[in-house]
Design a protein around this ligand. Structure first.
Ligand code: SF4
Length: 674
């Protein structure tokens, strides 16, 4: 986008029928959900603070962390390349793909959007399939994603139905041309059909792919772990099924320790998708026989050296700043013409691609500060936007803003001038459009009517005219109400089982999550055998057995840990071939003991480090939180996406022997009797 391209693009987007409504509806949905969760987390602010510290520490020690991470990968035989520019990164990945096969599946990666990877791969003759539903939709529509976590946020159910009809041959109802004819339930049913059509369309592609390309949410230096969060199950399949796995990530994704990861994993899903935890968190620290990590710089090292703005690189790409931004909500992501839209894009893009191209984006903000308040890693986004503007203005541009800004600065420096300015405002408002600068300004804005009372006068009434006791009394009252409604923290191990049950069952509406409690192992095993009788034995995958690359209807695994505050289970898959049968199964049964429940994911990660060091666990774990899901079509929740449609947790006081499940029950009883 050329300089000042945002203004023209945003005017066009403001005039696009229905766009603002679609983006508002989706962003408000996520923001309200996030706010509700934040209210139930008494340690939210302290988590944000700790996350910021962790991310800043990672920047401070970046070179050392990079070295540690590289050493860890080398020890496992994983390839690593450093790419300075998008062109270099595309060349490295294209060579890796060409050496393996043409069929490429990709999970969502904003870094790949940043370097325009799909285009480079397709030019080299590869067939690239996006596997995240939102990404697939925009790929079929030949558009770019318009949000970092919800790529198709700008499209309605009807828009997507037309795309699927034209590109996938899906039969769609005639009412899509007149949606006013139907109720919400009918539209939601179509959203569900669209998601299931995508599942069917992608299933064969997963099984036949030569190369899987993923991004990374975090790279843990101390353990060389690649961490990936998702809801659909497509990342698990992308990283497990193809022969070669390529990870593409910015060098800023490095964090120091698993402890830091524990903090970030509690913040990211809440901020990104209003969930306590994403459905699947893959922790990849295994010696995959054909894995390559490509780390991209693309201006990040230079930004790291900028003492004022370096914390822009602490961003964890949750998208919360976009969801609350009044500019983004009205114009959507495409107006920015950038891989990263919204407030973070306005800061990042000029550094990645240069001021000439994106120097107008820091002005695409009302500076209301909502982004700063929403940011889980406490980046002072609106302050930084102001800093960027100051730098741009100091360099001499944009001209049209120079004298209005001087005027505003002069007024704001003296109360009497500000007062006069306030009184003159109704006149300015009336005649602003007569001046060329005012006219241009008003093309995409309206000046609000003058307030009935000035802020100074209001302040005077509230804080000077009113007796001091009023304020303190009302403060005391509101503090007491706040205290009364504050949720109790989890502080006793006895609380954990009921909390785990409650949180786990919340994850699966319409009977898609289930818990079974048993005292005796024989009874639990009998229950599992009864569940197995509902399936063809050849379509059942049990952890520990050799499995093939095909579809299964039932997957049974152990869980090593259960997370009380999210209702999640940590499964030690050991190696990736164990992951796909379970992920392709229609139902996933997890077997564990109640004593394995821990309060939070942070506790589970500490235990994971110890167990891995002692050799008790393997190097590939997946944190599973509910059945697979998507909400990429107008935020309508659809279960399943690519993974199981049902998750059953079997809790038994005694250890259950999974290897005995294929044997007739009599054989086990005889063994016990003897
Ligand atoms: S800047 Fe903050 S709110 Fe915006 S995407 Fe990054 S982490 Fe999220």
């Amino acid at each position: 986008m050329s300089a000042h391209g945002f203004r023209q693009a945003s005017i066009a987007k403001l005039n696009e029928p229905g766009l603002g409504d679609k983006v508002h509806k989706a962003t408000l949905h996520t923001t309200h959900g996030r706010d509700r969760l934040v209210e139930s987390m008494p340690d939210w602010d302290s988590l944000r603070h700790r996350a910021r510290e962790a991310r800043l520490r990672a920047l401070d020690h970046h070179d050392a962390l990079l070295e540690t991470f590289m050493r860890a990968l080398k020890a496992r035989g994983i390839g690593l390349s450093l790419a300075k520019t998008p062109t270099e990164a595309c060349e490295i990945i294209t060579d890796l793909v060409n050496a393996t096969g043409k069929k490429v599946i990709k999970s969502k990666s904003m870094t790949s959007e940043e370097i325009n990877l799909n285009h480079a791969l397709e030019q080299a003759g590869a067939q690239v399939t996006e596997t995240d539903l939102g990404e697939l939709i925009v790929q079929l529509a030949e558009q770019a994603p318009s949000h970092v976590t919800a790529p198709a946020i700008h499209l309605s159910t009807e828009d997507i139905a037309r795309i699927f009809r034209d590109k996938l041959g899906m039969q769609v109802p005639a009412w899509i041309d007149d949606p006013a004819l139907v109720d919400d339930q009918t539209r939601n049913r179509l959203a569900r059909d669209l998601s299931l059509t995508a599942r069917k369309h992608l299933r064969e592609r997963f099984l036949q792919a030569d190369v899987g390309i993923s991004g990374a949410n975090f790279l843990v230096a101390e353990t060389g772990t690649v961490v990936l969060l998702e809801n659909e199950g497509n990342i698990l399949l992308t990283t497990a099924l193809p022969k070669r796995h390529i990870v593409l990530a910015g060098v800023d994704k490095l964090i120091e320790t698993e402890k830091d990861l524990g903090v970030l994993l509690r913040l990211l899903p809440v901020s990104a998708t209003a969930q306590r935890q994403s459905c699947y968190v893959s922790l990849l620290a295994d010696a995959h026989p054909d894995m390559h990590v490509v780390l991209l710089d693309h201006g990040r090292s230079k930004l790291m050296a900028d003492t004022q703005l370096r914390d822009v690189l602490t961003c964890i790409r949750c998208g919360a700043c976009m969801n609350v931004c009044p500019v983004y909500r009205n114009v959507g992501g495409h107006a920015y013409g950038a891989a990263y839209p919204g407030p973070i894009g306005a800061l990042l893009m000029p550094h990645l691609e240069g001021m000439d191209r994106f120097g107008d984006l820091p002005f695409a903000s009302s500076l209301c500060g909502a982004c700063t308040q929403a940011c889980p890693v406490q980046i002072p986004l609106h302050d930084h936007l102001l800093t960027m503007r100051a730098r741009i203005v100091q360099k001499g541009g944009p001209d049209s803003l120079r004298w209005p800004l001087r005027l505003a600065s002069s007024a704001m420096h003296k109360a009497s001038r500000m007062d006069r300015g306030t009184r003159l405002y109704p006149l300015v408002r009336k005649f602003a459009a007569l001046h060329p600068t005012g006219k241009a300004w008003l093309e995409s804005r309206t000046l609000p009517p003058p307030a009935k009372e000035s802020f100074r006068r209001w302040w005077q009434r509230q804080h000077v005219d009113r007796p001091a006791t009023d304020t303190s009394e009302s403060w005391k009252k509101s503090a007491m109400t706040e205290k009364a409604s504050a949720p109790e923290p989890v502080d006793s191990p006895d609380d954990l089982l009921p909390l785990f049950q409650q949180r786990m069952l919340e994850l699966g509406p319409e009977n898609t999550s289930e818990i079974q409690l048993f005292d005796a192992a024989l009874v639990a095993e009998e229950y599992l055998r009864i569940r197995m009788e509902e399936h063809d034995p050849h379509t059942i995958a049990i952890q520990g057995e050799t499995t093939e690359k095909r579809e299964y209807t039932l997957g049974i695994t152990r869980a090593e840990m259960l997370i009380a505050d999210t209702g999640g289970v940590l499964v030690d898959m050991r190696d990736r071939s164990q992951g796909h049968p379970i992920m392709l199964a229609e139902t996933h049964i997890v077997v564990a003991r109640p004593s394995q429940i821990v309060p939070t994911v942070a506790h589970a990660l500490v235990a994971r480090s110890v167990k891995r060091k002692s050799g008790a666990w393997g190097d590939y774990q997946v944190l599973v939180t509910g059945p697979s899901r998507t909400a990429d079509v107008e935020k309508v929740l659809v279960i399943p996406a690519h993974g199981p449609r049902k998750l059953v947790v079997v809790l038994c006081e005694e250890p259950v022997d999974l290897s005995s499940l294929r044997k007739p029950p009599e054989a086990n009883r005889d063994a016990v009797d003897r």
